[in-house]
Design a protein around this ligand. Structure first.
Ligand code: AMP
Ligand code: MG
Length: 330
């Protein structure tokens, strides 16, 4: 992993914004202030950069991340906006509102950023430093809180340095941020749904839309009262094809999700083979995980057999997602 990086700390300003855009373009990690907490930014279109982000935070699981953009034009390139989504965007962006929308046909956001889902979470933050960086960089940026997994969210640059010094490339110091709540997350499906309460009150959203936001049903998948499009609310991606873990031999008609170069018997009869990382690199495997799963899922194989993957480093998060995929949607 990339520990032992020299973490540069720059005061917010033109030079810092230019440096941040450069680091992001190179696939690096930049902490910067948003109106809620300091975010840890990575290029949302670069799966390897996002794998490093997970590693730097020490996060044991891959959750879908929010893609931050500078303006509505950029947002419309990655998500499909219907009339309700546009109304909310116009009323509340920039600000503490995240919209979860169907991905656009040519959505450039990496599968690892959306955890393999067909939806994408989008926000235009209001903090001037965050917006300057997004404008300068010109591509969507994922930015979960800039702290080690399990620690509290940072509200000053020194918090970020304590947690992530030596693990990320750059910290842009924009002073103390308001200790705000997280963004409110609204899913725009057939009917808009409040996915997470946050900084923007529900009543404000309902006033603009002229309707009551649905609450996510306790069990989204089995709510037959008002069915949702399948998978819309799923908290994780589950392939349609059955998934079998720790496979060292293949049955006929199975597809193989390989890792490394260990021999797998029966491979000559495989329906398809994709390798997460031939050289056994867990970062590379993380970057490829959702894309490969989705690709194998389209191959009409009987089962996707997955080779054993070590549980260290990002292996823990990879195995967590694979176990969920093997169980199906929860
Ligand atoms: P944070 O960056 O800490 O504010 O967390 C991001 C939140 O957005 C998490 O609660 C995610 O589960 C949620 N989220 C991101 N993308 C999606 C999506 N496509 N569908 C549903 N929830 C999402
Ligand atoms: Mg956090």
């Amino acid at each position: 992993m990339k520990i032992g990086l020299k973490t540069l700390l720059l005061p917010a300003g033109e030079a810092a914004v230019a440096a941040a855009a450069r680091v992001l373009a190179d696939g690096g990690l930049v902490a910067f202030p948003t109106e809620t907490v300091y975010g840890l930014g990575a290029d949302a279109t670069n799966a390897a950069a996002i794998a490093h982000l997970y590693q730097a935070k020490g996060r044991p699981a891959f959750n879908p991340l929010i893609a931050h953009v500078s303006d509505l034009g950029a947002a419309r390139k990655i998500g499909r906006f219907d009339a309700a989504a546009l109304q909310l965007a116009e009323a509340f962006w920039p600000g503490p509102l995240t919209l979860v929308l169907p991905k656009s046909a040519d959505c450039a956001v990496a599968d690892l950023a959306t955890a393999g889902l067909d939806t994408v979470a989008i926000r235009i933050p209001a903090h001037p430093v965050a917006r300057d960086i997004l404008r300068a960089f010109g591509r969507p940026v994922v930015a979960p809180s800039a702290n080690l997994s399990g620690h509290v969210s940072p509200t000053i640059a020194a918090h970020v340095l304590n947690d992530l010094g030596g693990r990320i490339d750059l910290i842009v110091d924009g002073g103390a941020v308001a200790v705000g709540v997280e963004s409110t997350i609204v899913g725009i499906f057939d009917q808009p749904i409040l996915l997470r309460p946050g900084g923007l009150p529900r009543a404000d959203i309902e006033r603009v839309l002229g309707l009551t936001l649905r609450q996510p049903p306790e069990d989204a998948e089995s709510d037959s009262d008002q069915p949702l499009a399948p998978g819309m609310l799923a908290s994780h991606y589950a392939p349609r094809t059955k998934v079998r873990l720790n496979a060292m031999r293949l049955e006929p008609g199975e597809a193989l999700l390989a890792f490394g170069t260990d021999a797998v018997s029966g491979i000559e009869a495989a329906a398809a083979v994709m390798n997460l990382s031939v050289r056994g690199d867990l970062d590379e495997a993380a970057a490829n995980l959702f894309g490969h799963l989705r690709a194998l899922d389209t191959r009409a194989a009987r089962t996707i057999a997955v080779m054993p993957i070590p549980d260290d480093g990002l292996g823990e998060a990879i195995n967590d997602r694979l176990r969920r995929a093997a169980v199906g949607r929860e």
